[in-house]
Design a protein around this ligand. Structure first.
Ligand code: ADP
Ligand code: MG
Length: 390
């Protein structure tokens, strides 16, 4: 981390020159242990912030100009002024992850100054570890810090979620921004996405390692699936509302109600509802088991979560299925599942520390042999959310 910080500062100075007070912000990625596709259904999630992160080196500018260079997207820098309207760039442009948070602060009337900013990352982009939220929350923290303002983690998260909706064009739930802004070292966060209350679940690094495996594979023709899932859940809600107008989200529906509605629901909608409702229960149960250090049972819920995402929610891939199937056969593994929205991305496994090395070696070998793709194995502890480190 220190080397990384020192190098990033040198790169900043090379690019923007010496002088002035230079700040550094670490903004982590996240992995969700369980509770997948539940956040936009007002349900429960259990993510933690991870060691891979974006590092933002920044310094205030008097002229209101924002200049951002990112080593991961070095082809073009981001430039705009905080004094005028901050427009959305074309879809897919990385500048939206900087423009969005700035525009949200502007819309709230939060005073801002310009900045020079240099970004490096150890966090892979577009792999389901929420580099998008890391960018948004880190940018917002930089703009707040440079103008001498403070804001609570949950307000930052809500504004960054809006930025993701309106600037990145991604209709995401509140999970990613909440954990990136509010993560706590050594803990996962059980978050109720309805009232935003949270409980921190200790993860003892002497007893457990969290291992993320990036499949490094994205199926083609992925586009509107996330929106489709949202619509299918809404179709489910519309049905249950007819029975009880108090039901506004799948959060309000029980598994018995879903099972009883099987013949009335479209088959796909039924399976989507069954996943979300069962996953909410699993997530809460998982948190309790982890608190009681009942890792075997907690791990079993992760495997059930994976099966439900694969069979009912249809968001897994053969690559992710292979990683999970291999993981659960290895020594010292409590549980494993795909994590994040799906359609490629990563799996997460809970592994006994003394078996981690062997786990990494064997899962890598098995995946390479099957798909001829090298996966990235990331062994991580739970870290703090985004914070000023200098
Ligand atoms: P994920 O959040 O799973 O990593 P997304 O597609 O939601 O994937 O967000 C990835 C996008 O976020 C990238 O395409 C890029 O536009 C932006 N981004 C992520 N990391 C960086 C970075 N280090 N520098 C600049 N932009 C980044
Ligand atoms: Mg994202």
């Amino acid at each position: 981390m220190l080397d990384h910080l020192q190098q990033a500062k040198e790169s900043f100075i090379k690019r923007f020159g010496e002088g002035g007070r230079i700040h550094a912000i670490r903004s982590p990625g996240r992995v969700n242990l369980i509770g997948e596709h539940t956040d936009y259904n007002d349900g429960f999630v259990c993510p933690m912030a991870i060691e891979p992160h974006v590092l933002m080196i920044c310094r205030a500018r008097e002229d209101g100009q924002v200049n951002v260079h990112s080593s991961a997207y070095a082809e073009h820098d981001v430039r705009f002024s905080v004094d005028g309207e901050i427009a959305r760039a074309r879809s897919g442009d990385w500048s939206n992850y900087v423009r969005g948070p700035a525009a949200m602060l502007r819309s709230k009337g939060v005073p801002m100054v310009g900045m020079d900013c240099y970004i490096t990352n150890t966090l892979p982009t577009g792999s389901g570890l929420s580099s998008s939220a890391a960018m948004e929350v880190g940018t917002m923290l930089a703009l707040l810090t440079l103008a001498g303002n403070e804001m609570g983690a949950q307000e930052i998260a809500s504004l960054c979620q809006r930025a993701e909706h309106e600037y990145a064009g991604m209709p995401c739930g509140i999970m990613d921004q909440s954990i990136v802004a509010g993560g706590r070292e050594g803990h996962a966060m059980l978050l109720d996405c309805r009232d935003l209350s949270r409980r921190f679940i200790p993860l003892d690094p002497l007893e457990l390692r969290v291992v993320v495996v990036n499949s490094n594979f994205k199926p083609q023709l992925v586009g509107s699936e996330y929106d489709d899932r949202g619509r299918e859940c809404e179709a489910g809600v519309a049905h249950f509302r007819k029975l009880n107008p108090g039901i506004t989200h799948l959060r309000d529906v029980t598994l018995d109600q879903v099972l009883a509605a099987r013949s009335d629901l479209d088959e796909t909608v039924f399976r989507r509802c069954r996943h979300v409702v069962a996953e909410n229960a699993r997530c809460q149960q998982f948190a309790e088991l982890m608190e009681k250090r009942q890792y075997e049972q907690a791990g079993e819920l992760m495997v059930q979560s994976h099966e439900s995402l694969r069979d009912d929610y249809d968001v897994s891939t053969t690559h992710l299925d292979h990683l999970v199937d291999s993981a659960v056969r290895l020594k010292g593994v409590y549980g494993s599942r795909m994590t994040g929205a799906g359609f490629g991305g990563c799996t997460v496994s809970l592994v006994q520390p003394r078996h981690v090395e062997q786990f990494a070696e064997q899962i890598r070998a098995s995946y390479m042999q099957t798909f001829d793709i090298t996966p990235d194995v990331i062994v991580t502890t739970a870290t703090n959310g985004a914070q000023l480190i200098e």
